[in-house]
Design a protein around this ligand. Structure first.
Ligand code: ZN
Length: 364
């Protein structure tokens, strides 16, 4: 029998239906081709800097770059100016001001977050938070989204490791809903809902994946899709851009370990990573920034579109246990080398605790 669970941070319901994974079709296992560490035709590879728009930021500032930020050549939003609405009621529109940036995460064409050194992932995180700070200071920017699309099923075909930062001239509906739920929870209970959730997850332990310093990786109680994983600070912090220098290393550590565990457990899935953060003054008390990683192991279909309710075939307790076992097995084999530049296993290689779910969406 299936179970419905409500996400306390969004009040959205999710259907946990483990039996649906028995349906007889596997999700397509996308082939991850071997790539070289340098590709002369790649606009993000060193030596091809003139193929991108002029650079916004580089790290380090002098010498060969390790991380670069450039405007997206095909920007969804760009430029500054008025954010006034125009058009006669009921049809409103506005100019597409804002920013759309690409964070080139490494000079190496074949690098991946889960095999980079902790220092290098720390540089990427540092650049994300600096771009958030700078963009939110602009008068026409209302919110900033940091995200990463990894692999074709997640929406990218560019191999060179990169993420994106988008500054929008309007508040984001999805974030507004979270801020609203968090505000009401704070008013009713006098505490941040995420603080309550994180404390409860830590003490229960069944959905915890990993903990590095002050950061927890866990599967949320009402995970909307198989192996949906959250990373959040265990102390209260509303805005991602307020992340302190001394905490960047621990966040890099838990991010690397979590992505590594997902790769080894789920067969190197494509994934999306999104950072949710309080955008403006006043929400830092009620909101709590967190990262959400969604492996692309399933497809949203008609029921999800019609209901905004997901069906998840892998209970988060099962997913968390599989990820913990992978991390423990890796540590036991002496292979656990955060910051050691490990090479990724090829997709399809046998993995421990393989728990790759079948396609669960309501397609038929
Ligand atoms: Zn490249």
């Amino acid at each position: 029998m299936s179970t419905l669970r409500q996400d306390p941070t969004t009040r959205q319901w999710v259907i946990l239906a483990p039996l649906r994974s028995d349906r007889p079709h596997e999700p397509p296992a996308a082939h991850r081709p071997e790539v070289p560490s340098f590709d002369a035709l790649c606009p993000f590879c060193p030596g091809n800097e003139d193929q991108t728009p002029p650079e916004i930021l580089r790290e380090p500032a002098d010498g060969p770059w390790q991380v670069r930020v450039v405007p997206n050549l095909y920007a969804a939003l760009s430029g500054g100016g008025s954010i006034a609405r125009s058009g006669a009621s009921p049809f409103r529109e506005m100019r597409g001001v804002g920013s759309h940036e690409v964070v080139i995460e490494s000079p190496l064409h074949d690098a991946r977050l889960d095999t980079m050194t902790q220092d290098q992932v720390g540089r990427v995180i540092d650049v994300w938070r600096r771009r958030c700070r700078d963009l939110l200071a602009l008068p026409h920017i209302r919110a900033v989204v940091v995200f990463k699309n990894f692999g074709p099923l997640a929406g990218t075909s560019l191999v060179h490791p990169h993420s994106q930062v988008v500054g929008t001239p309007v508040f984001l509906p999805r974030l507004l809903r979270r801020l609203d739920v968090a505000t009401r929870y704070y008013d009713e209970n006098g505490i941040c809902v995420y603080d309550d959730v994180i404390a409860a997850e830590r003490s229960a332990g069944a959905r915890v994946v990993d903990e590095c310093g002050k950061f927890l990786a866990f599967e949320p109680f009402a995970a909307a899709s198989p192996f949906e994983t959250w990373i959040a600070p265990t102390f209260h912090q509303g805005s991602f851009h307020d992340l302190a220098d001394e905490d960047v290393g621990d966040l890099a550590c838990v991010l690397i370990r979590t992505l590594d565990a997902l790769r080894r457990t789920c067969g190197d899935p494509d994934f999306n990573l999104v950072v949710y953060s309080a955008p403006t003054n006043g929400h830092e008390i009620v909101f709590h920034w967190h990262m959400k990683i969604i492996p692309r192991l399933s497809t949203q279909a008609g029921f999800e579109m019609g209901s905004a309710m997901s069906i998840n075939t892998v209970p988060p307790e099962i997913a968390a246990a599989a990820l913990r076992n992978t991390l423990a097995a890796t540590a036991g084999n002496g292979k656990q080398r955060v910051g050691g530049n490990r090479r990724p296993e090829k997709r399809g290689a046998p993995t421990r605790n393989r728990a790759r779910p079948r396609n669960e969406s309501v397609t038929d």
